[in-house]
Design a protein around this ligand. Structure first.
Ligand SMILES: *Cc1c(COP(=O)(O)O)cnc(C)c1O
Length: 289
């Protein structure tokens, strides 16, 4: 199976705050790779699709919350690369635009109890044990297969950035970047902005890598997962108006707001180049409007 490299240019953002602090801010537009298979979801699906095809699987089975960017990405990628898709959605039956779109891309949806969702590896093993056509993909595309694809994006960078910043949900994108930066021995520190409240245990994911390569920040979640504040919404609106780039409110708005606050507080060393990863997720923004 041939999967083309995604379109994901790096753009410099000329914003007075950064110019005044002697910083340069760049954004990697992973959000432009595909309208529905965007950003890290595209990167994480790539090797799953290749592996599924190699194993002659015809059916992708995956898991997500009711607004999951990953479910939608899997539905759209499944349609594009000719796999059947099934999504198990956490919690009681609901309807929203994301799930409707999943169905439009041909995904079968089933709502599952939180306990089954939590034990999804076993749940899949039990329910699909006699079905050799089905291929399991974890929530968010997490795991080493997905992370191999994420690391590849480092190959797109033609200069060395002092900081690469990403938002952190499950942490698998962050972990992949830290691992990739270590392997390539880049002179770069990866910053992860946690969008969950009380997710300090994410540090365990990257504990094995030298501290010079990473930093997780836990105070920019704005109240917790998918919670917003008027300040966050005002920030996203203002950022759109000064850059032409729209950010979602669940992940990338919080990440970019953190970068602005850190710059304001002189956290980054003068002369630094900062690269923010925009992993898409804009379908979630529509639910706000
Ligand atoms: C899924 C997602 C993330 C979080 O990625 P993890 O690897 O789960 O930490 C960040 N941004 C967007 C837009 C996403 O869809």
């Amino acid at each position: 199976m041939l999967i083309e490299n995604p379109y994901s240019p790096i753009e410099e953002l000329n914003i007075p705050l950064f110019e005044n602090k002697g910083l340069r801010l760049f954004i990697k537009r992973e959000d432009l790779s595909h309208p529905f298979i965007s950003g890290n979801k595209w990167r994480k699906l790539k090797y799953h699709l290749i592996e599924a095809a190699q194993l002659s699987k015809t059916h992708l089975v995956t898991f997500g919350g009711p607004y999951s960017n990953h479910l939608l990405a899997t539905a759209a990628a499944g349609a594009k690369y000719h796999f059947k898709t099934t999504g198990f959605v956490r919690g009681e039956e609901v309807s929203n635009a994301v799930l409707k779109l999943c169905r439009w891309f041909g995904m079968q949806l089933h709502f599952v109890k939180r306990s089954d969702y939590k034990n999804r590896v076993e749940f899949f093993a039990q329910n699909y044990k006699s079905d050799s056509e089905s291929y399991f993909i974890d929530e968010g595309g997490a795991g080493t297969t997905g992370e191999t694809g994420v690391k590849e994006l480092l190959g797109d960078l033609n200069v060395c950035y002092d900081y690469i910043v990403c938002s952190v949900g499950t942490g698998s994108t962050f972990k992949a970047l830290v691992e990739g930066v270590c392997e390539r021995r880049l002179n770069t520190k990866v910053y992860g902005i946690s969008v969950l409240k009380g997710a300090e245990n994410l540090n365990d994911l990257v504990q094995q890598y030298p501290q010079q390569y990473w930093q997780l920040l836990h105070n920019f979640h704005q109240g917790g997962y998918a919670k917003t504040t008027p300040q966050l919404i005002a920030f996203i609106q203002n950022f759109a108006s000064i850059s032409g780039v729209l950010l979602d409110q669940v992940y990338e708005g919080k990440m970019m707001m953190a970068i602005f606050e850190l710059a304001q507080e002189n956290h980054f060393k003068k002369g630094s180049k900062i690269l923010a990863l925009h992993n898409g997720g804009l379908n979630g923004l529509l639910s706000l409007l």
